[in-house]
Design a protein around this ligand. Structure first.
Ligand SMILES: C[S@@+](CC[C@H](N)C(=O)[O-])C[C@H]1O[C@@H](n2cnc3c(N)ncnc32)[C@H](O)[C@@H]1O
Length: 448
């Protein structure tokens, strides 16, 4: 295929928008299928992610140079977006090469007229430069366009957290974070893993979130044998706080209600030295296999994975039968925009409301299974108060036998104890606080 690399970029971008596909999954799939060299793989990843991350900004630039605001075919829109992305954000590809290839692709996929339209837009941007976004008067609109987050979301966050925190969060969502891994401590300790990685040319630092966490500042973790052989697993530092805050001991009986793909369930097993019972559920049968696979790679045996709806698990067990419960609830995912940028365009306020109802149902039902003096962690990877604070507040109002166990705050590392997102409902981590996913967690205790 002519212009294969850019045609592949275009195909992925079309599918992300059309099929509402996750950019990371589609990208990984394409990278495995296509015979591309390392340099091309890197460029493909950068252009696809970058184009999606900056879509609203790029659309604003494009519309500035479109005389006639007609609706564009999806492929033309995506071709323009990825071309503008390369011209504006990437220095390594010369502008004239981008314009040339885009025009050729437009000829192949469309006709001369479309090619000349694409040529016109791209050349105007080269000739005239970009409009100055700082001149946009309305602050919500400016943040929306500068950081490529939809207006409704910027407005919602501004109402919840104020303009400053919202703007910082939106900007952080565009930045590159170091990847975070967790060591399987029964197989190798953190120091040994760090040493091995350093020997292989990685730059690494120890996480402040967990004794098992490592941040990869430089190097490609997918190229080490440590991952395939289950010495480490990839997990955001923020997610490590769930198992870290459960006060686990070997021999305990633990329920993980929303478990797939098993990131936190395996961490729980590690913290229990793989001794005890971890009952791991997920609503979707296909995903149950993911939990089993992750446990197998990490050589953990205390986890039993089942399909089940967290809202009626209490029908299968006696009341008050678990020492610990983790509810890592299905959520809008608005805390993981950095890694899955399409989320910010796909989610609607109505999704948040729908999810908050499910979350409340899950916590109300699952909490029945907690023993007196048992601990329950409620966590999400979102930054929305309706899904976090409000769910916890309503649960506590309806269930006076439960209360927040704030002693988990003192158990965290010093910087986390002083995180800006503490509230009477728990801890909200914002991406800009520690360069992690946006994550909420709280610890609830059942009274005697
Ligand atoms: C945030 S993810 C869990 C991530 C997982 N805890 C980990 O650390 O790898 C939420 C999971 O909840 C599952 N889920 C959604 N609704 C559910 C329900 N009613 N009961 C059980 N699981 C559900 C989803 O399939 C999804 O895998």
């Amino acid at each position: 295929m002519k212009y294969q690399l850019r045609q592949t970029m275009l195909d992925i971008l079309i599918r992300i928008e059309k099929d509402k596909g996750f950019s990371n999954l589609l990208l990984n799939h394409e990278l495995q299928q296509k015979d591309l060299n390392e340099k091309d793989k890197r460029l493909l990843t950068e252009v696809v992610y970058g184009t999606v991350q900056n879509q609203i900004t790029i659309d604003y630039y494009i519309s500035h140079f479109m005389k006639n605001k007609k609706k564009l075919d999806l492929w033309v829109k995506q071709l323009l977006r990825m071309s503008v992305y390369q011209m504006v954000y990437l220095e390594k590809v010369p502008d004239h090469a981008v314009v040339h290839e885009s025009v050729e692709i437009a000829k192949i996929r469309g006709h001369k007229g479309i090619a000349s339209f694409v040529n016109g837009i791209l050349r105007s941007i080269r000739r005239n430069g970009l409009p100055d976004l700082t001149l946009i008067k309305d602050p919500v609109e400016r943040i929306s366009i500068e950081t490529s987050h939809p207006v409704w979301l910027v407005k919602r966050w501004t109402e919840m957290y104020g303009k400053e925190r919202t703007e910082a969060m939106c900007r952080e969502n565009l930045r590159h974070f170091p990847m975070s891994i967790r060591v399987q401590p029964m197989k190798m300790d953190r120091e040994a893993v760090m040493e091995q990685l350093e020997k292989q040319g990685f730059t690494v630092t120890a996480s402040q979130f967990s004794q098992q966490g490592i941040l990869i500042q430089k190097g490609n973790i997918f190229k080490t044998n440590l991952l395939q052989e289950g010495f480490i697993t990839i997990q955001d530092q923020s997610s490590m706080l769930a198992a870290e805050s459960l006060k686990l001991k070997p021999g305990m009986k633990v329920l993980d209600t929303c478990s797939a793909p098993g990131g936190k369930a395996t961490h729980i097993a590690e913290k229990m030295a793989d001794q005890g019972e971890i009952h791991a559920y997920d609503l979707h049968k296909k995903k149950v296999k993911l939990i089993e696979e992750k446990a197998a790679v990490l050589d953990l045996h205390a986890i039993s994975a089942f399909q089940g709806d967290a809202r009626n698990l209490y029908e299968q067990y006696e009341e008050e039968s678990f020492d610990r419960i983790l509810i890592d609830a299905p959520c809008s995912g608005l805390g993981v925009i950095n890694g899955k940028p399409e989320i910010k365009y796909e989610k609607q306020a109505s999704d948040i409301e729908r999810l908050a109802t499910i979350q409340l149902d899950i916590i109300q039902s699952a909490a029945k299974l907690l023993k007196p003096e048992g601990l329950l962690i409620y966590s999400t990877c979102t930054v929305d108060k309706l899904e976090n604070n409000q769910v916890v507040q309503t649960f506590l109002e309806n269930n006076p036998a439960f209360g927040i166990d704030f002693s988990f705050r003192e158990e965290l590392s010093e910087p986390l104890q002083h995180a800006p997102g503490w509230s009477p409902e728990g801890l909200q981590l914002f991406p800009q606080d520690f360069q992690t996913d946006g994550f909420f967690l709280t610890r609830i205790k059942r009274n005697k």
